[in-house]
Design a protein around this ligand. Structure first.
Ligand code: PLP
Length: 458
């Protein structure tokens, strides 16, 4: 198809929207490591997992054989309200960069949560409702997940208790109010409301918190309350499964115009948007049908892939969650308070970790200031004020487009624009004032995190 006919925005008609999620694990030759019970160190059974998660979600977590899973009708209905997410051809950015590269981005910020998190939140709330639960507990870092879950719980009339990493709670009071508007209760973490919170506060007084701490508090609270389960917005296989909607839509949109990407880029916090975006393409790569260059982008301040170890580790600081085999900085690693809250997690999706270990994907880390420079450039040209997390992907997309400018290659680049940055104005303010720092942990600091890895004899 001739270049001119590709519109600025490629939408899908309602009948073209995916009706099933894609489970990449079914096609992986080397399956990701199984979750281990933190007490027995044996693989978590469905029964054990169902004590923490909704049963249906526990099943999805353990399923590495079924490639396609039907999306329930109620979830499809909800998806139709804010999806399909547009796939945008960044013509204006290409022109500004004077690059022969063709750049596309999949924009997930078109909903009140301002991110892709709603794709999994609505699914998790649905299964909780199906099971007859009263409510759910969770953690939130930057606040996008908490917001998404509050929206989903309001829709299905479930109670929602959110532990919000303290630094975000303080920096983003308006996020908190959005959640409360949707009916959620929000507690800054670490808090005095849980045993693990009190313990962490005693050991690290004045800590600004971390996702790992907030997870421990949310899990503890769910365990103590009748009719509650814990839900998680990233890292888990079930979340990546729900987020496959991003990649499936992207692929359907590209296929409509006969476009095959060369490079696919996404930011990586716990790995869910990246995993969801690349899933159908990675499936083709693994099956030997096509080849793509995948790039995971993470902050230099929290470099799980690029400087982490591939090992079994706790998913949370309080060590109450199952152990997962992943690229990790150690659950004892507390990242510096960077402005990309959604990427401040010590570990990584076990599925992406295995793919990375198998050499099927590249990872790069970028520094905060370069990320915000890319964000500013993008905002000024493409009109969207991006989330700091998403801007990691923008940064590498621009780098790759500039490489094409040097070599004259007309590569097609697709990246995930996971959300908007309206609640990140403290970060933008620091950047605009020239007060942003690029903190990179030293090897000694990382070593302290690695020292917290469980010594397992597996
Ligand atoms: C949470 C979040 C991320 C990172 O989470 P993943 O699970 O790695 O996708 C990225 N961008 C935005 C806008 C987020 O809210």
């Amino acid at each position: 198809m001739s270049e001119k006919t590709i519109p600025y925005k490629i939408y899908l008609e309602e009948h073209e929207m995916p009706k099933q999620w894609y489970n990449l694990r079914a096609d992986m030759k080397n399956k990701p490591g199984v979750l281990l019970n933190p007490e027995t160190l044996q693989p978590m059974t469905l029964e054990e997992l169902s004590e923490v998660f909704c049963t249906e979600l526990a099943k999805q977590e353990l399923d590495d054989t079924n490639a396609y899973i039907d999306i329930p009708e109620d979830i499809l209905k909800f998806y139709k309200m804010y999806r399909p997410a547009p796939l945008v051809r960044a013509y204006c950015l290409e022109e500004k960069l004077q690059t022969p590269a063709k750049i596309y981005y999949k924009f997930e910020g078109n909903n009140t949560s301002g991110s892709h998190k709603l794709n999994s939140a609505i699914a998790q709330a649905y299964y909780a409702k199906q099971q007859g639960l009263k409510g759910v507990t969770t953690e939130t870092g930057a606040g996008q997940w908490g917001t998404a879950l509050s929206m989903a719980c309001a829709y299905f009339d479930l109670d929602c208790k959110v532990y919000m990493v303290k630094v975000s709670y303080e920096q983003k009071p308006f996020r908190r109010e959005v959640m409360r508007t949707y009916g959620a209760s929000v507690t800054p973490s670490p808090s005095e409301t849980t045993e693990v919170g009190r313990k962490i506060l005693a050991e690290h007084p004045g800590t600004s918190g971390s996702l790992g701490c907030a997870i421990s508090e949310a899990v503890e609270t769910a365990g103590k309350l009748d009719g509650y389960r814990y839900v998680l917005g990233s890292v888990l296989n079930q979340v990546m499964l729900h987020q496959s909607i991003i990649g499936l839509e992207t692929k359907a949109a590209l296929d409509k115009y006969g476009i095959t990407p060369d490079i696919i880029i996404g930011c990586a916090g716990g790995g869910s948007n990246l995993g969801g975006l690349i899933a159908p393409f990675m499936g083709e790569k693994i099956r030997g049908e096509k080849d793509y260059h995948f790039i995971a982008v993470e902050p230099a301040s929290c470099p799980s892939f690029t400087r982490g170890k591939y090992a079994y580790d706790y998913c949370d600081t309080g060590k109450v969650c199952p152990l997962s085999k992943m690229y990790t900085l150690g659950s004892g690693f507390i990242p510096s308070s960077s402005h990309s809250g959604g990427l401040r997690y010590h570990g990584m999706s076990s599925t992406l970790s295995q793919l990375y270990d198998d050499g099927l994907m590249e990872a790069r880390s970028v520094e905060q200031t370069s990320v915000f420079e890319a964000a500013r450039e993008f905002a000024r040209i493409e009109g969207i004020l991006p989330a700091p997390e998403s801007s990691h992907a923008i940064c590498v997309a621009i780098d790759e487009a500039m490489k094409c400018k040097e070599t004259g290659e007309e590569k097609t680049i697709v990246f995930g624009l996971t959300g908007t940055g309206y609640f990140d104005m403290v970060a933008y303010e620091k950047f605009n004032n020239g007060e942003m720092s690029d903190y990179i942990p030293t090897d000694e600091e990382l070593q302290r995190g690695f020292d917290s890895l469980p010594k397992l004899d597996l």
